[in-house]
Design a protein around this ligand. Structure first.
Ligand code: 13P
Ligand code: SF4
Length: 327
């Protein structure tokens, strides 16, 4: 398709009106996709806000588990995922044994992590190995994993969620780094799954030292999907929405941003007088970048790719999500 961005923008806006659609984009999406969206935010925030609107169609510019969350919270709306193959490798590092094939058998995945949890060991196995221990599932999980968990958490509330549970131990899936951060911030024993986000996990303390040397007056913000040794060097540890709030409220003028580089667009737009530096320029999530203006247009035009969580899974996954929301 040889359309200029302006033509595409106009076509998207016309189709959006015709379909009574809401376009929502995660904070890691391409700049031009964020700019066309009605809402930008973190995954749960987007799904919750979309559920409150009277739109008929939710166009989710993100990855598949996010569109599933939108379907769980808005079962009567049509949810479209703009890039059919946009997935989260970390979410697919855990399965219930019944869900779709795990990511390392996913065709075209070119950036395999160095090690993975054995594919034959599932959420059901860890529950069997720790009977009675409640399971906390990060929102970055499939609907099936949420359905088999006791409660969900976000990167912003993991410690609070863990504290709310009975007993002295919890199982926390799938992010080992988020689990390590949670363990540091609660008194409970956290049994961590061995998953991780390849975008955040590759950051090392040396990267922080280099950035601090280059920008000595900057405040360093880190996402809890980074390793604990990196988080311990941060001035602020926060989710993407938490970083936006922190930067807006801070009196500092310069910030080193320890998360996917897509967040820099909103940080810069919303804080014109402040300067933001990526911690590493290669903190890029290839799956988040699969959505383009063209794919947004095609999704709306052809009403694809529909993501619908089955009613049985939806009811159980909704329980886990709503337990967290009601905290
Ligand atoms: P948040 O926007 O919830 O902080 O999530 C980060 C992330 O990696 C989403 O895939
Ligand atoms: Fe998954 Fe990490 Fe990409 Fe988020 S940034 S979708 S956690 S791989």
């Amino acid at each position: 398709m040889n359309e200029s961005p302006n033509d595409l923008n106009e076509k998207i806006l016309i189709l959006k009106e015709q379909r009574n659609a809401l376009i929502i984009a995660h904070n890691y999406q391409r700049n031009e996709v964020q700019d066309i969206a009605d809402l930008t935010g973190d995954s749960l925030e987007l799904s919750r806000k979309a559920a409150e609107t009277d739109c008929d169609v939710i166009v989710f510019c993100g990855v598949n588990f996010m569109a599933e969350s939108a379907s769980i919270l808005s079962p009567d709306k049509v949810v479209l995922l703009t890039a059919s193959d946009a997935f989260c490798p970390m979410a697919d590092m855990i399965s219930t044994g019944t869900q779709r094939e795990s990511y390392w058998t996913f065709p075209g995945y070119k950036d395999p992590p160095k090690y993975v949890y054995p594919v034959e060991y599932t959420l059901r196995d860890i529950k069997r190995d720790y009977p009675g221990v409640p399971v906390v599932a990060y929102v970055n999980t499939t609907a099936e994993v949420k359905a088999e968990s006791d409660i969900c958490c976000t990167s912003a509330n993991v410690a609070e969620v863990i504290e709310s549970l009975p007993g002295e131990r919890v199982i926390c899936v799938p992010d080992k780094n988020l689990s390590a951060w949670a363990a540091k911030n609660t008194k409970k024993e956290v049994i961590a799954w061995d998953g991780y986000c390849h975008v955040h996990d590759k950051v090392r303390p040396l990267d922080v030292e280099k950035a601090r040397k280059a920008y000595p007056n900057a405040v360093f913000m880190a996402h809890p999907e980074c390793r604990l040794d990196v988080l311990e060097m941060a001035d602020n540890v926060a989710s993407t929405s938490g970083m936006l709030r922190f930067a807006a409220g801070s009196s500092a003028a310069e910030f080193i941003v320890g998360t996917e580089i897509g967040l820099l667009h909103r940080l810069r737009k919303e804080n014109p007088g402040k300067t933001f530096y990526p911690l590493r320029k290669d903190m890029v999530c290839p799956n988040m970048k699969k959505t383009t203006l063209e794919s947004v247009y095609i999704a709306l035009k052809e009403m694809k790719h529909v993501v619908k969580v089955s009613s049985e899974i939806r009811e159980q996954a909704w329980e886990a999500l709503s337990r967290m929301i009601s905290l």
